[in-house]
Design a protein around this ligand. Structure first.
Ligand code: TGC
Ligand code: FAD
Length: 409
């Protein structure tokens, strides 16, 4: 990578592709990456000259999700991008990963929106739903005409969803649901929720998936406020109080934890790519800043310690990219096993969080300003470290694979 004469901060993208991953992509995959990259640059990262803040940063400051751009998510065909049939794009898992990477280079909230819609809501309908359900929801969700959310976590059951208290009762021609879900991305703006609840018994084998629609009696989704992370993303509670839904809203083709965990496999895979996007945003900003910032009469980029930090960032991003790429190839080949996803999710989020911190350091005091994306990425990555299985839960999943011994309880 040569030093550039031109240090134009308005150029928000500079590829980080040290080992030429690009050469291993198909034309379609390259096209997806480019179009999502340009869209994120134009629509989310462009700075407003009046405030000096990007569109996404302004939303972050206000604690709002860019609702005005939801339709464009549909037009970009990134929602359910790796699902086939029912009018969906049916692209490769590498394409899905690249889209996640480019979205999260903008903000983890953008990738979250796409992960939840595609991997956590469209996927279970696609994999476990009836033909009627697939026809009713999938294409509209792909076009962002219907928004979904995924209700697994409860106030007292986060890492251990098998202990959930939410119950469904069979009541003639309907099911009646009671319980509460917490920390649910997109909940308040969702038209439908995939709710996981126990039917007919208390063990985790009784967990079933239900489609709850926003106007169903007994259902509400109040927004959770005062977050200091993922502020440009909606997070909600789901309240089910004698919520009655018709019988045809059960996802009939799965029972037990395998249902929600199969969805999580897809979303965690996407995060392993997405976190690299946030890391790239932080690296890119640090590199430009270091080249531009002079102390002791030299650009700080000329000092060995700063170069060491930049070289470390590039090293970790490059290793993470190779991990994500191989993961995608195995997913496309159908040979991927869940502990391999765990290893990549925990590694790539971990290094992204560390890269955000080192990038902030290189920016000195300026690093805490909203004019730079660093603190936003750093705060977002704290949530990403915890959701979809905490860092340590993934350690334990890998540990169980290595030893054959269960360390959760
Ligand atoms: P365990 O005994 O391991 O398994 C129970 C059943 O599930 C099957 N299974 C899987 N199936 C498919 N994929 C996987 N990855 C699977 N892992 C397990 C397993 O075969 C078994 O099936 P069966 O038929 O024999 O019953 O279950 P456990 O309770 O011991 O699991 C332990 C643990 C800790 C690994 C698990 O509970 C876990 O992963 N906890 C983390 C919870 C989590 O990730 N929650 C995420 C909530 S959603 C979210 O955060 C969305 S954020 C969205 C955004 O904004 O991007
Ligand atoms: P806990 O499970 O209470 O964990 C607390 C700490 O204890 C962690 O460090 C954990 O690693 C550790 N720990 C727990 N068990 C063990 C163990 N056996 N051994 C060692 N250490 C352990 N959930 C959804 O269902 N849908 C969503 O859309 C969704 N979106 C989210 C959005 C945001 C912004 C956030 C922050 C969370 C979201 N979640 C969602 C919830 C998320 O999945 C949970 O927060 C996560 O699974 C962890 O659960 P917890 O917060 O209850 O932490």
């Amino acid at each position: 990578m040569s030093q550039h004469e031109d240090l134009d901060y308005s150029t928000t993208y500079e590829g980080v592709d040290f080992y030429n991953i690009d050469s291993m992509l198909t034309e379609d995959e390259r096209m997806i990456q480019e179009s999502v990259r340009e869209w994120v640059d134009d629509r989310f990262l462009t700075q407003d000259p009046k405030t000096g803040l990007s569109v996404i940063e302004s939303h972050y400051q206000a604690g709002t999700f860019p609702m005005e751009l939801i339709k464009e998510f549909g037009d970009m065909e990134v929602l359910g991008i790796n699902l086939e049939g029912y009018g969906l794009p049916g692209m490769s898992n590498i394409s899905y990963g690249l889209a996640c990477q480019e979205l999260e280079r903008g903000d983890s909230g953008l990738r979250s929106f796409a992960s939840v819609q595609g991997s956590l809501c469209m996927y279970p309908i696609w994999a476990f739903g009836t033909e009627e359900q697939k026809k009713k929801y999938l294409l509209k969700m792909g076009k962002a005409e219907l928004i979904g959310c995924f209700g697994l976590t409860e106030p007292d059951h986060g890492s251990n969803p098998g202990g959930m208290l939410t119950k469904a009762i069979d009541d003639g021609d309907s099911y009646v649901l009671n319980g509460a879900k917490m920390w649910i991305t997109n909940g308040t703006i969702a038209d439908l929720a995939i709710v996981w609840a126990k039917l007919g018994g208390d063990s985790s084998k009784h967990i079933r998936g239900f489609i709850v629609e926003k106007d169903d009696v007994g259902f509400s989704a109040p927004e959770m406020k005062n977050k200091n992370s993922l502020r440009a993303s909606i997070t909600s509670e789901l309240v089910l109080q004698d919520c009655r839904i018709p019988k045809n809203r059960l996802l009939p083709n799965v029972a037990g934890l395998k249902g929600p965990f199969s969805c999580l496999n897809n979303a965690r895979y996407g995060i392993s790519w997405g976190a690299l996007g946030a890391a790239m945003g932080c690296y890119h900003s640090a590199r430009l800043y270091a080249l531009n910032r002079t102390q002791f009469n030299k650009p700080i980029a000329q000092y060995q310690l700063v170069q060491n930090k930049l070289a470390w960032m590039l090293r970790e991003i490059t290793k993470g990219q190779l991990l994500a790429f191989q993961l995608g190839k195995m997913k496309d080949a159908g040979t991927l096993i869940p502990p391999q996803i765990s290893l990549a999710k925990m590694n790539n989020v971990d290094i992204a969080l560390q890269i955000a911190r080192v990038s902030r350091d290189i920016h000195g005091a300026n690093g805490i300003l909203a004019e730079y994306p660093i603190m936003r990425h750093m705060a977002n990555l704290e949530s990403v470290y915890t959701y979809e299985g905490t860092h340590d839960i993934h350690n334990l999943i890998v540990g169980r694979w290595i030893t054959g011994l269960q360390a959760f309880f």
